[in-house]
Ligand binder design. Structure first.
Ligand SMILES: *Cc1c(COP(=O)(O)O)cnc(C)c1O
Length: 398
């Protein structure tokens, strides 16, 4: 089917919940995508930080095929080896002891919210269910997770919201401190805000949150759905600071594009869930977790993560050099291979112009060009993106 027909049929048959670009993608390999007509694009979106190992890597396809021939799904009424192995791998690489598997980021956050409420209720009784989250955060689109999300535009029209969320300024410890009272049970935060515009908090922020949470017996929850799985050059973003949470959520890159979400926590907190507390039909199927295990094996290797840091630093330097040349670039932000530049004008047009030149990037928080390439991106591919931006910026004037 040609792109025009396909896009027309999408208009007719698919709910219009997305503002899509004018592009129908047929095929992918590594850092490249091809449209219906066979035109090639260099991909600096990676499904929004999902395809961290690139598109259709051979080893992943092989694991997928082998597992699909052995066992795709059984109910969570039974045990399966890939699920246990992935849980073991994840917990052995961070603070956590236990995992709950779901199918998406929102579901991972739902599990975290439910667990925080239940844990608090067991210790303190009813009434202590408030969760502090951050302005401009993003935690998902289900009712509880859009209620947790500190952005009015995502909540509008879906009221009444799930009760108990209060929003404070990101990267401001005093604001968190002031919001704590006897109805609060947890603080939920992205270690780096992704959708909020690639915002990296100051060095002592997570440590300050940890102190506040420990002092008031609140659970500290990290949403690492976008910044986990090697994106920042460590397996998990908070490992840069070395400050551990009580709960962490993962999704996006965890199985390189197969739908999966995970909520990780300590034994102490996991005690609050008992059989019947929470469940998912598809959560942690053998197919998806077998793929997740292979993704984990590749991303958690020290040499892989070092390379992410190296290419990320090179990329950031090149963006800084652009900023020095063009006054309309306000700031370069990010860590590893989640990078953004804030412009002093809306970024939508630059995204469209890059696409015309065969490079896919994304814009968030209106003025922030966000770069989320597959983690296998090379410095030569970074150069190609920078050259494309430079060409467009030169036309715009210094
Ligand atoms: C993408 C994202 C989510 C939601 O994940 P879905 O799989 O779309 O439900 C939640 N939190 C963060 C930080 C995200 O980037």
């Amino acid at each position: 089917m040609d792109s025009q027909t396909l896009m027309q049929q999408a208009q007719n048959h698919i709910c219009r919940t997305y503002n899509r670009y004018n592009l129908a993608i047929a095929r992918g390999s590594g850092c490249y995508l091809w449209d219906q007509e066979g035109r090639q694009y260099l991909d600096f979106v990676a499904g929004i930080a999902v395809c961290n190992l690139g598109h259709c890597p051979t080893e992943i396809a092989q694991v997928m095929y082998a597992q699909a021939q052995q066992l795709v799904h059984v109910s969570n009424l039974y045990y399966t080896e890939p699920q246990v192995k992935l849980a073991e791998a994840l917990t052995s690489s961070c603070f956590a002891d236990k995992v709950f598997f779901g199918n998406s980021g929102a579901e991972a956050n739902e599990a975290a919210i439910k667990l925080a409420r239940k844990y608090s209720r067991m210790g303190y009784g009813p009434g202590r269910y408030g969760i502090i989250t951050m302005k401009n955060s993003f935690h998902g689109r289900t009712l509880a997770t859009l209620s947790a999300t500190g952005q009015q535009k995502i909540q509008e029209g879906f009221e009444p919201l799930v009760d108990g969320f209060r929003y404070v300024e990101f990267d401001n410890l005093d604001a968190v401190s002031e919001a704590i009272d006897k109805t609060v049970c947890a603080v939920l935060v992205e270690p780096i805000q992704g959708e909020g515009g690639v915002r990296v908090p100051h060095q002592a922020y997570l440590e300050g949150l940890r102190e506040l949470c420990t002092r008031h017996d609140l659970l500290l929850i990290y949403d690492e759905i976008q910044v986990g799985m090697g994106r920042t050059g460590k397996l998990f973003s908070h490992q840069h600071e070395g400050v551990t949470p009580d709960i962490m959520t993962l999704a996006k890159a965890l199985a390189n594009g197969m739908p999966i979400g995970a909520m990780l926590t300590t034994d102490r907190v996991a005690e609050a869930f008992s059989p019947g507390s929470h469940a998912s039909t598809f959560g942690g199927t053998p197919l998806v977790t077998a793929v997740g295990l292979e993704v984990f094996r590749q991303i958690s290797s020290a040499s892989f993560l070092e390379e992410v840091q190296k290419v990320g630093e090179y990329f950031q330097q090149r963006l800084m050099a652009l900023m020095e040349k063009y006054a309309f670039i306000r700031e370069v932000r990010g860590r590893g291979l989640i990078l953004g530049i804030e412009l002093d004008f809306p970024g939508g047009e630059v995204v469209a112009q890059c696409q015309e030149r065969g490079v896919l990037i994304n814009c968030t928080a209106e003025k922030v060009l966000r770069f989320l390439p597959p983690l296998i991106v090379t410095s030569a591919e970074v150069d190609r993106l920078i050259d494309t931006l430079e060409h467009l910026f030169r036309e715009k004037g210094e």
